[in-house]
Design a protein around this ligand. Structure first.
Ligand code: 13P
Ligand code: 13P
Ligand code: MG
Ligand code: MG
Ligand code: MG
Length: 385
């Protein structure tokens, strides 16, 4: 079995939260080159989206491997040191612990790992996002694997017609459930329509009994108990031959759907599909970006990437994202641009509630009603004339 692992972290921003400094990328590249040489990794590439650095790696150690996770952790410590030397913003931002303990769970870096027997031709898409949370993948995954208006293969490909099983995590209560689609579609939508809490973790083909997609699912604020930046999730989708075609997996991103993130992680804004060189969320720390990297995998080697959103056919989605951004921005500090109170990543509310506690007073009692003489109060029940 081959494992494709994307492990990612924000270990410092250049400038602010907008990008990764080239020296950090070079440091990570040196580390993965050594790991390929010494046989830990079969192949690997270092890619950035906004201020997040992703290690895209192939290896034979399976998911949650302490060797591979430990390597990623050490690499992020090294890029953190580079960020510190250059005084970059938020050096080590996503490393929430001082010590590595077996695997990356709960330590801050995000990871999406998928295990499979390599097919004669193995096309995969790696999606990387910045300035949003893992639930941002819910809508595109639904469309790719459950919506025949997006994916004709669900209707006309015999290997897809049986449908897909979606594994959904409840991030508030640390539990999981599987939805067997299409039968469970309506049940599932009730949950995944609330992407702050319910997040699709993986999808598998029923006909092939194979992993088709996997996402990074952790929410940093739920791990740290406070805001430490958005999660900026990643996702892998395997394609073709009974799985969605490349075009079916890219198609949902032609609609720049609204996600939580952008400025201070606390605003709704459209997810803009961009080419790699445009993955720099500068305006209002947004709009949130997604890049799509296409690889063919051969004997574990990553042939690619192709920059899949470097395609004029996504220009309209980008233009629409800019329009939606203009529209939402004009709401300023009002919902639904600003996230609702219970989803805000930054808040002054507890402090305000305390400070203003003795300035609140009960609403005034209704003014006593003036009943004209001679008219019985009972003549109108509750209605004012
Ligand atoms: P080609 O004929 O270009 O290989 O396309 C096949 C296909 O199914 C595209 O979705
Ligand atoms: P990042 O999670 O990308 O660092 O963004 C943090 C933020 O608050 C942007 O305004
Ligand atoms: Mg950052
Ligand atoms: Mg980021
Ligand atoms: Mg972040």
């Amino acid at each position: 079995m081959l494992t494709l692992s994307i492990v990612k972290a924000d270990t410092g921003g250049y400038v602010g939260h907008s990008a990764v400094h080239p020296d950090m990328v070079a440091e990570a590249q040196r580390a993965v080159d050594r790991a390929i040489q010494n046989g830990l990794l079969i192949d690997a590439q270092v890619v950035t989206c906004g201020d997040d650095l992703s290690l895209i790696m192939t290896h034979r150690y399976g998911r949650d491997s302490h060797l591979v996770h430990g390597f990623a952790w050490e690499t992020f410590r090294a890029t953190t040191r580079v960020a510190q030397d250059l005084g970059l913003y938020g050096a080590g931002q996503d490393l929430l612990s001082d010590a590595f303990s077996g695997n990356l769970r709960g330590l801050g870096p995000g990871y999406a790992e998928i295990e499979f027997e390599e097919r004669p031709s193995e096309p995969v898409l790696c999606f990387l996002a910045d300035k949003t949370e893992p639930g941002a993948w819910n809508l595109p995954l639904y469309k790719i694997f459950a919506d025949p208006f997006n994916t004709p293969g669900l209707v006309i490909d015999a290997k897809m017609h049986a449908g897909f099983v979606f594994e959904v995590y409840d991030l508030y209560e640390d539990k999981r459930i599987e939805f067997d689609c299409p039968a469970d579609l309506y049940d599932m939508l009730m949950f995944i329509g609330s992407p702050a809490r319910y997040v699709i973790h993986s999808v598998r083909s029923k006909a092939l009994s194979e992993a088709a997609a996997v996402t990074s699912t952790q929410r940093l604020s739920l791990i740290a108990g406070k805001y430490v930046g958005k999660d900026d999730p990643v996702m892998v989708v395997r394609c073709q031959s009974g799985l969605p075609s490349i075009g079916e997996a890219l198609e949902p991103f032609a609609f720049p759907h609204t996600v939580a993130g952008s400025m201070r992680g606390s605003h709704h804004a459209p997810l803009m599909p961009v080419r790699l060189e445009d993955a720099t969320p500068n305006r209002f720390d947004g709009p949130p970006r997604v890049v799509g990297l296409g690889f063919q995998i051969k004997d574990g080697k990553l042939i690619g990437p192709r920059d899949m959103f470097a395609d004029p056919a996504f220009d309209r989605a980008r233009a629409q994202a800019n329009e939606v951004m203009d529209y939402l921005r004009r709401h300023g500090p009002f919902e639904p641009h600003r996230l609702p109170l219970d989803e805000l990543e930054y808040t002054t509310m507890p402090e305000l509630e305390k400070r203003l506690a003795d300035r609140w007073s009960p609403l005034p009692a209704p003014a006593a009603e003036q009943v004209p003489a001679g008219e019985a109060a009972s003549s109108v029940s509750g209605l004012r004339r």
